[in-house]
Design a protein around this ligand. Structure first.
Ligand SMILES: CC1=C(CCC(=O)O)c2cc3nc(cc4[nH]c(cc5[nH]c(cc1n2)c(C)c5CCC(=O)O)c(CCC(=O)O)c4C)C(CCC(=O)O)=C3C
Ligand SMILES: [Fe+2]
Length: 370
């Protein structure tokens, strides 16, 4: 049933933007070199991460997951009578952002609305996407003159995401004989401390990346605990640390924490909730389902990993709600952002200097400082 109030104008094309990943063995090293160019990542780390990909025939799950997300977004847009085309582009692998912008222009785009598969605020999760979009627009050249690209706000606070996590947690915890005995580890991607310290509006507050995760984690404790009739108190831990050993990154590592918890009580199950990720890409299937699961097995503690929101229809509905919210804002309507968490909701037009690039100044789209 088409929703009469559904209107994505002034946007004429939606761009699903993601990280990208290799799909064949010979794409692994070029992908890794692209991701780490100029970022001072030791060669040993690249070789080790390459092995995670080769163990799966050189194919990351991420692109197939995004093809699926694209189809599910299409179906949800159609259900609401929204016929706007959706194109897909990645930062680090085919189809690249520039190709997606070409495709949008061929479809007659004048104003594109970007939606990233990354819900949080920090340089890696937000500004780097905006910079790469600016680079892609530059690459397209004069054909893109006058093309406007906006983005949806970082959506960690949106109920579509939060409720999907809550549903998945309730279902997973109900499989345990005593859900209240679970040791909950909310997991996200580690980043350099300097990146977390500078994440946020750029007024010196910082630490928005960890703060957003902690707020979601506390809310999930409450909502899921209430649903199950128990008290939950999870903690935030990190995976996928990269960079040289001399550079401090967010800790504790999920594996170290599993070892400590097993030493405290080997009978209490460890339940891993990868709130930093919306789908089961390499960090989830390797760093958690393989590595962290092996750590748990080695120290003899029961291990459960909660599914990511990707497969949850409410999550996809929430993404379409976010597109509609952004379109209403662009039309100048008064918009009250739908939020599930106390505290700050990020603006859809980023602040000057927010989540800064600490290496080189690069132009970025979707911000007030464009
Ligand atoms: C915050 C964050 C997210 C979440 C936000 C988002 O989703 O964007 C994320 C996602 C992802 N990261 C991914 C892959 C990689 N990340 C790397 C390296 C790094 N990630 C960083 C941060 C993040 N990364 C950082 C600070 C580095 C160090 C280099 C640098 O400063 O930029 C490296 C290099 C090797 C290594 O050292 O691990 C790889 C291969 C994939 C694809 C997985 C697949 O193939 O399925 C995805 C979704
Ligand atoms: Fe990463």
């Amino acid at each position: 049933m088409p929703d009469a109030s559904a209107d994505l104008s002034p946007y004429d094309v939606v761009l699903l933007g993601s990280f990208g990943g290799p799909e064949a063995e010979d794409e692994v090293m070029p992908f890794l070199r692209r991701v780490t160019a100029g970022r001072n990542i030791p060669d040993e780390r690249l070789v080790a991460v390459g092995e995670h990909y080769y163990a799966r025939g050189g194919r990351s799950p991420i692109n197939d997951l995004n093809r699926d997300l694209l189809a599910r977004l299409r179906a949800e847009l159609d259900r609401r009578g929204l016929d706007v085309p959706v194109v897909w582009g990645n930062r680090n692998s085919e189809p690249f952002f520039a190709g997606a912008l070409h495709e949008a222009l061929d479809l007659g785009a004048t104003r594109v609305l970007a939606l990233f598969t990354s819900a949080y605020s920090c340089y890696s999760s937000c500004r780097q996407y905006r910079e790469d979009l600016a680079g892609a627009l530059e690459e397209v050249g004069p054909a893109a003159d006058g093309l406007v690209v906006d983005k949806v706000r970082q959506y960690v606070t949106h109920p579509g995401l939060g409720r999907a996590w809550a549903r998945a947690m309730v279902a997973a915890l109900r499989t345990l004989p005593d859900p209240g005995s679970a040791r909950l580890l909310y997991v996200t991607h580690s980043v350099p401390l300097a990146m977390d310290d500078t994440s946020g509006p750029g007024d010196g507050e910082g630490n928005l990346y960890t703060d957003q995760h902690l707020r979601l984690a506390h809310r999930l404790d409450e909502v899921v605990g209430a649903e199950l009739g128990t008290t939950l108190r999870g903690e935030l831990v990190f995976c996928s640390r990269s960079g040289p050993p001399s550079q401090p990154w967010l800790e504790p590592d999920v594996n170290d924490r599993i070892e400590e918890l097993a030493a405290e009580d080997p009978t209490a199950p460890v339940v891993v909730v990868p709130i930093g990720f919306v789908s089961d890409h390499m960090e989830v299937v390797h760093d958690l389902d393989t590595e962290a699961a092996e750590t748990a097995e080695r120290v003899g503690v029961p291990f459960l990993r909660v599914p990511t929101p990707h497969g949850d229809d409410g999550f996809v509905e929430g993404l379409v709600d976010l597109l509609l919210e952004r379109a209403a804002e662009a039309r100048g309507e008064v918009v009250v952002p739908d939020t599930w968490l106390p505290g700050d909701v990020r603006p859809s037009v980023c602040d000057p200097g927010c989540c800064p690039n600490l290496r080189v100044a690069r132009p970025a789209l979707c911000g007030r400082d464009r």
